[in-house]
Design a binder for this molecule. Sequence first.
Ligand SMILES: C[S@@+](CC[C@H](N)C(=O)[O-])C[C@H]1O[C@@H](n2cnc3c(N)ncnc32)[C@H](O)[C@@H]1O
Length: 201
Amino acid sequence: MTQNYGEPNYWNARYLKDSDAFDWYQSFETLKSFLTTHCKKSDNILMLGCGNSLLSEEMYKYGFKTITNIDISDVVIEQCKEKYPIEEYPGLTYQVGNGLNMVDYKDETFDTVIDKGTFDTIMCGNDSGDVIKICEEVFRVLKKKGNYIVISYGKPEDREFYFEQACDWNIETKTIPKPKDYQESADKINYHYIYIMRKDQ
Ligand SMILES: C[S@@+](CC[C@H](N)C(=O)[O-])C[C@H]1O[C@@H](n2cnc3c(N)ncnc32)[C@H](O)[C@@H]1O
């Protein structure tokens, strides 16, 4: 990843150039058994840095009825609002938002925050303190016993330090095989990681 992955301009240009849906790392199909074990259909879910991934649509169609999607790119949010009109998809909402400062959301709003590739993106930005800020913000908006689920290419030795430093939560780490397209990656690691941070207090 390059440095400007943390900048809205980078993502706006990318989504203007190509508005086709794209899922980083994993799809609903490959995550289904994990997500249906760790999330309840009645959960109030935040999809952090949704991009134009199909994950929210597919979870919604599967029965998860309250999914708030935020992204720092106003371009992708406009595209999603057009694609998922609220009359057709009540409960599936899209809003411009910055995970580092989620001013629109009160403390203890969400049961689950799902982050597929967004924490990784922020890690590649210019300010390494931002990964701490995003954890603190997620911790704030999570209800007690809520989970922050991070799907990442980053190994535990490159991620857990930040998770632990930011907040006092219980961290569980799982792996999931990489889809074929990702198997040729330079790091030769054939799986992605799923970090589950539970807010216990
Ligand atoms: C690697 S893409 C992942 C997109 C989608 N979650 C997926 O799985 O396909 C990272 C996304 O995070 C968004 N993003 C980057 N920084 C952000 C921030 N501070 N707050 C919210 N979204 C952010 C980008 O605009 C981009 O859509």
